[in-house]
Design a binder for this molecule. Structure first.
Ligand code: NAD
Ligand code: TYD
Length: 341
C-alpha cells in the first residue's frame, strides 16, 4: 500500500521534454489517474509532444502561464496533486539573459505554491536539478549538501527550491522536491547536448564540444526519472528532498564519441569551441535516500542511448521543423554559437 493515492494531477510544463514523458508515464501506469497539463508553449513547449493523448478522457490541456495567478487558480481548483515541471531550463540561454529564468522559475513557482495552499493541494512535487549543488570536484552531494549554484539557470532553480521549502515549513504545504541529474530520451529539445549532437551528426554538421570536453555528467534515462518522481509522489516523505541519478558518469567527450560511433559518423565532426562561461566541471549526487524508498534505475545507459538515437532518426520531422523553422531556435543558435561553429 502506498502512502498516497493521487487522483487528479496538474502537470505544469507538460508539453516540454520531461513533462510530456511524465504525462505519458502516468496515464499508462495508473488507469485511475486524470491529468491536467498547464503549459505556456514557450519555444521549448510543443503541443505535438502530446498529440496522441488529446482524445483521451483522462487528459486535459490548458495553455497558460504559471506566473498568471488567475489561470493558475482556475486549474488548481480542479486537482488534488501538482507535479511542477514548467521552467526555463537551458543553461546557455540563461547566460545570454536570465530574466525569464527568474520570473518563471522563482516567481512562477511562488504563484503555484500560493494557489496550492489556497486549494488545499495534498501533494506538491517540485521538480529540481542536481545543478543547484554546483560543481562537485570529488565525492557526491547528498540532499544536505550546501547549495552553490554557478549558472543563472541553477541559481533560479535554487531560488525555486528554497521558495518551495519555505512553503512547507511556514504554511505546512505538503511539498516534496526531486533533484535529478541530466536526463536524455525522446522529445528533448535539440539545444541540449545529446539531441543537439545527434541531430547535427545526422546532418553531418560539426559538434561543438565546449572547452576540453572532460566535464562529467551523470546521465539518467527520462523514463527512469519519471518512475522515480512517481515513486516519490506515492512513497516520499512530506518536506523532504530526493536526489535522482543513475551513476552513468561520463565525460562529454566519451559521450560524443559514443553518439558518433552509433551513427557511423567520423570523429572529425568533433569541433572544440570556446568553453561555456562558469562551466560546471562535474556533477555527482548520492541517491541513497530515494533508493531507500525502493526506487532503482531500470534502464541500461547503452541501450537507452541507442533507443534515443533511433528515436531522433525516425522523428526527423519533429526536430527538422524546430531547426529549420523555429525563430527562437535559429536566433539562439546564431547568437550563442556564432563564433563557435
Ligand atoms: P523543457 O525546457 O523541455 O520544458 C519546459 C516546459 O515548461 C515547456 O513545455 C515550456 O513551454 C514550459 N514553460 C516554460 N515557462 C512556462 C511558464 N511561465 N508557464 C507555463 N509553462 C512554461 O524542460 P525539461 O528538460 O523538460 O525540464 C523539466 C523540469 O525538469 C525543469 O524544471 C528542469 O529544471 C528540470 N530538470 C531538467 C533536467 C534535464 O536534463 N532536462 C534535469 C534535471 C531537472
Ligand atoms: P546540457 O545538455 O546543456 O546540460 P547541462 O549544462 O544542464 O548539464 O550540456 C551537457 C554538457 O554538454 C555540459 O557539460 C555542456 C556540454 N555541451 C557542449 O559541450 N556543447 C554543447 O553544444 C552543449 C549544448 C553542451
Amino acid at each position: 500500500m502506498s502512502n498516497y493515492t493521487p487522483k487528479k494531477v496538474l502537470i505544469t510544463g507538460g508539453a516540454g521534454f520531461i513533462g510530456c514523458n511524465f504525462v505519458r508515464y502516468l496515464l499508462k501506469t495508473d488507469p485511475d489517474i486524470e491529468v491536467l497539463v498547464l503549459d505556456l508553449l514557450t519555444y521549448a513547449g510543443n503541443e505535438e509532444n502530446l498529440e496522441e493523448l488529446k482524445d483521451s478522457k483522462r487528459f486535459t490541456f490548458v495553455k497558460g502561464d504559471i506566473r498568471d495567478p488567475e489561470i493558475v487558480d482556475s486549474v488548481m481548483k480542479k486537482v488534488d496533486t501538482v507535479a511542477h515541471f514548467a521552467a526555463e531550463s537551458h543553461v546557455d540561454r540563461s547566460i545570454l539573459s536570465a530574466q525569464d529564468f527568474i520570473s518563471t522559475n522563482i516567481y512562477g513557482t511562488y504563484v503555484l505554491l500560493q494557489s496550492a495552499l489556497k486549494h488545499k493541494i495534498k501533494r506538491f512535487i517540485n521538480i529540481s536539478t542536481d545543478e543547484v549543488y554546483g560543481s562537485i570536484p570529488e565525492g557526491e552531494a547528498d540532499e544536505t549538501f550546501p547549495l552553490k549554484p554557478s549558472s543563472p539557470y541553477s541559481a533560479s532553480k535554487a531560488g525555486q527550491d528554497q521558495m518551495a521549502y519555505s512553503h512547507s515549513v511556514t504554511f505546512n504545504l505538503p511539498v516534496i522536491t526531486t533533484r535529478s541529474t541530466n536526463n536524455f530520451g525522446p522529445y528533448q529539445y535539440p539545444e541540449k547536448m545529446i539531441p543537439l549532437f545527434i541531430t547535427r551528426a545526422l546532418e553531418n554538421k560539426p559538434l561543438p564540444v565546449y572547452g576540453d570536453g572532460l566535464q562529467i555528467r551523470d546521465w539518467t534515462y527520462v523514463e527512469d526519472n519519471c518512475e522515480a518522481i512517481f515513486h516519490v509522489l506515492l512513497e516520499g516523505k512530506i518536506g523532504e528532498i530526493y536526489n535522482i541519478g543513475s551513476g552513468n558518469q561520463l565525460t562529454n567527450l566519451v559521450l560524443t564519441k559514443k553518439i558518433l560511433n552509433a551513427l557511423g559518423k567520423p570523429e572529425t565532426l568533433i569541433t572544440y569551441v570556446e568553453d561555456r562561461k562558469g562551466h560546471d566541471r562535474r556533477y555527482s549526487v548520492s541517491c541513497k535516500k530515494v533508493k531507500k524508498l525502493g526506487w532503482n534505475p531500470r534502464h541500461s545507459f547503452e541501450e537507452s542511448l541507442q533507443q534515443t538515437i533511433a528515436w531522433y532518426q525516425t522523428h526527423q520531422n519533429w526536430w527538422g521543423k524546430i531547426i529549420q523553422k523555429q525563430e527562437s531556435y535559429q536566433e539562439f543558435f546564431s547568437t550563442y554559437y556564432k563564433t563557435k561553429v
